[in-house]
Design a protein around this ligand. Structure first.
Ligand SMILES: [Zn+2]
Length: 161
């Protein structure tokens, strides 16, 4: 009985962690910026160091640190496992879940234009992420659910996690 409860709790914490990593990626993808998505791939799947990632992306090391911290914050919040193999597999699934998404913010005349509401947004990442996360929270949640529905197939193809 207690084993049953424990395994249910673990599944819940893994699902929650995956959901929040996917949501983070959905917001980045919609805002028209693949930098953090690429950094997540490089850090967790290709095992590159923050310095290597900074060079590869032409960014500061903060990008890799920020991605790593966000993922571990989420894992800690939901008490999900943190073994390197597990985290790598979770991130791999999260990245696959959002591959089909297209940005809603597109570069136009030195700014970004939102294809959903028509707003013009400045180039900086903070403004773009904020626009997507707050102005289009419902869309983000809907796309996160759709993205997560793809996870089931990805998991069943890799039962050796
Ligand atoms: Zn908008």
């Amino acid at each position: 009985m207690s084993n049953q409860i424990n395994s249910n709790l673990n599944i819940g914490s893994v699902e929650n962690a995956l959901k929040h990593i996917v949501k983070y990626l959905v917001i980045k993808k919609l805002s028209g910026d693949d930098t953090y998505i690429e950094a997540m791939k490089m850090y967790f799947l290709n095992n590159l160091s923050p310095s290597d990632i900074a060079v590869a992306l032409g960014e500061s090391k903060n990008v890799a640190h920020s991605v790593r911290n966000r993922v571990y914050e989420i894992l800690n919040k939901f008490n999900a496992p943190k073994s390197p193999t597990f985290v790598r597999e979770l991130v791999r699934i999260a990245l696959r879940c959002i591959e089909w998404l297209e940005p809603i913010l597109v570069r136009e005349r030195g700014l970004y234009r939102c294809k959903v509401c028509g707003a013009w947004i400045s180039m900086d990442r903070y403004s773009r992420t904020r626009h997507v996360a707050y102005k289009h929270a419902n869309l983000v949640n809907r796309l996160t659910r759709t993205a997560l529905s793809k996870a089931k197939n990805l998991v069943s193809n890799h039962e050796d996690i």
